[in-house]
Structure formats: C-alpha cells, structure tokens
Design a protein around this ligand. Sequence first.
Ligand code: PNS
Length: 175
Amino acid sequence: MKTARRHKITNCAIYPGSFDPITFGHVSVVRRALKIFDRIIVAVAINTSKRHTFSVKERVRMLGQVFQSEGDVEVDSFSGLLVDYVKERGARAILRGIRTMTDFDYEFQMALANKSLEPTVEQVFMMTEGKYLYYSSSIIKEIVSLGGSAREMVPEIVEANLRKKLWKPKRPGPH
Ligand code: PNS
C-alpha cells in the first residue's frame, strides 16, 4: 500500500489593487480568503498613468500597519503585468472582491484578459459582505474631504491619513 507523503504546500493568492486607500471591504476579503489560502500577498499595482491620492510607498506603509498582526499576509507592490508578477511569486491564484454588477463587468473583462495572457493562472472572486457594498475608496475620500466621518469604512490609521491629506477646514470668511 502506498502511503501519501505529506508535503508542505503553500497555497498562496495575490490580492492586487490600487488600495488608494484600503477600506474595511478589502480587509474583509483578505480575512475571509485566509480561510481558503495559506498566504495572501496584498500587492499594490504601480500604475503611473493613474492619479492617486496616496503614493505607492504610503499605500504599502498603511497596508503593512493594517495587517501587522496577520502573519499570513504579506504586503508588496508590483509593476508590469499582473500575471507575470503572479508567476514570479509562485502564487496559485489572483484574488479579487466584487460588490456590484458594475464591478462584475470590469472584473470579468480583466479576468478574461489575464486568462488569455496566461492560461495557467486561476482567478478567485469573493462577493462583498452586504455591509461593505457601498464602501468605495473614491466615495470615502469625498466624505473625508467634506469633513465627514469614515470611521465605519476604513481602519483608524487610514482615516487619520485621509484626514491629514484631504480635509481642509473652511476658514470663516465674509458671506
Ligand atoms: O483596485 P483596482 O484599481 O481596481 O485594481 C486594478 C488592477 C491593479 C488589479 C489592474 O489594473 C491590474 O491588474 N493592473 C496590472 C497591469 C495588468 O496586468 N493589466 C492587464 C490585465 S487587466
């Protein structure tokens, strides 16, 4: 009878994105995905053609702070094609979250492009938890820039950074 050898398999997924900034919706995707994967690499895409509120360095630093107590989460950044980065890191899959049908259209298009670029790469999508349905980085930035609270939407450290960067209290002036 053959006995099965036990190999230590690292079942790793890459969670790519802009994370400008990370929201509780993203955090939830990572925590839930850790029930499926042994390791998640949260990877900030370096995209010089897009304008971002936070630099890559700032986003990587915030992500590192948010996941500092999660030993199975690594934070990194990458440039170039995502599928090349996935292969370079030896990951099993690309992980993405989906909230709405608009997300679905965009994700489906990207997934097909990735698959045609690299047929060996698998892609896994997690539906958002209902309470995070409307948490988008751009809406959150608008709320904070207008003096609203994003306490329910982003980790404390992120809210503090958003406030520092975006909130310019109005000076009382003549009406
Ligand atoms: O958080 P975002 O902005 O929706 O993330 C988009 C991201 C970074 C996943 C996507 O733009 C990407 O994969 N960029 C890397 C470049 C690439 O591989 N492009 C071709 C496949 S769409």
